[in-house]
Design a protein around this ligand. Sequence first.
Ligand code: ADQ
Length: 463
Amino acid sequence: MGRLIIVSNRTPGKGPAAGGLAVALRKVLTEHEGFWFGWSGKLVEKPEPEAVFEDIEGLNVGKIDLTQHDHHAYYAGFSNSILWPSFHLRLDLATIEGHWYEGYRRVNAQFARALKPHIQADDVIWVHDYHLIPLATELRNLGARNRMGFYLHIPFPTVDALYAIPHHNELMRDLSRYDLVGMQAERDVTAFRDFADHQAPATLSGSPLRTVDFSNTEVKAFPIGSDPDAFAKLATTPAATKMVKRMQRLLEEQALILGVDRLDYSKGLPQRVEAYEKLLANNANFRRQVHLLQVAPPSRDSIKEYQETSDTLDAMVGRVMGHFAEPDWQPLTYVKRAYGQPSLAGLYRLARVGLVTPLRDGMNLVAHEFVACQDPEDPGVLVLSRFAGAAEIFEDALLVNPFDTDETAEALRLALQMPLDERRTRWETLMQAAKTHSVDNWAKHFLEQLTPADGGNKRPPVR
Ligand code: ADQ
């Protein structure tokens, strides 16, 4: 294959990469040359039309600036107030403002205009996530005939939720301009096919344009993962061990139940606290024996629905504390900030239960990281939402319906009382799955599929 161009909303910054994804893609880029392209993070009054290229710790990065007005419509607006809630089946939390779509398309067109002059004929382009669905259309409009792949990090919506998104047909046509569309899970591919096979009948206008032709687009599940070997190592480093020791002193003999999430309504945090409340209410013997640590740094807090989730969680945490805390015992700790990977790895290792209960999630890397950090001799138990993509590969977790807080409370009880033999057997299978689905394998499989030995088809420009 030729060079690889990775495009995402934000380009990676300086310093240690925040997540496994950035590390894995960085590795792929060093193998294939090429560059990473995206928004610089800067808002300016009049962006330069040309991208600025910079070497960031050996990685070639092309960036553009955006206007505040466009960025708001594209990011907080269409991407995160329409696409994110709808794709997570939270139509009740979607806000629809018509002009956001224009801003979304404007930014995608701006990305394409700045990127096109840097594309060579045999470059392969890999576009990431829901912010950039129209990018292939915009690039093909400018004459690009390269192989292009798109990876959706979040779940694909059911047909009805998709129909609730303004301009959904254009978005689906945009997806048909990619050669390969990668999804997290089989359920997402099924939902996509459901749309492709049963497209809505023409409405009043009867426009024949309503049918989208996917005959040149391959759609497949490529479940993402973590770097389990790196996390396993990290979990026993001095930095991780320091965290473990400090926590052990605080916890004394209590079993730690751990939640780690961005503060997002899709992560099911209020339901999780409610399940914990039920565990304590139904099993008085667990009081003073267990402790829930929920780490949840705020995200997207300019969006009203995120602030509301934060307020709801504050109130629930206060309720559980008020109800169960004693002068010398606290049932839970809620920390609203992010931690570095070494500290997280230590917490994962110490936890008796990893509580990962999103209402809906593309994959959920916290589940992978938790599994990778366990002590093989004395592993903790993963309680996992069946609505996370991770449930398709971690069948040996205790799978729960996160809406059913009685069921989650019962899973917590089983996890806390699970005998060592069963914990080991389950963990071994989970760790095997985490290794099979490592982030390196994910990137390798996606790129192999995107770049067939014969070079694949050359698409004609759109116009
Ligand atoms: P996210 O919704 O951000 O990602 P997730 O996969 O769970 O969700 O987490 C991403 C990363 O953030 C993990 O590496 C985790 O360690 C880190 N993280 C989360 N909370 C943290 C905290 N409190 N402190 C420090 N680090 C924290 C989107 C999709 C997911 C999909 C990923 C990758 O929503 O479904 O798994 O992309 O494709």
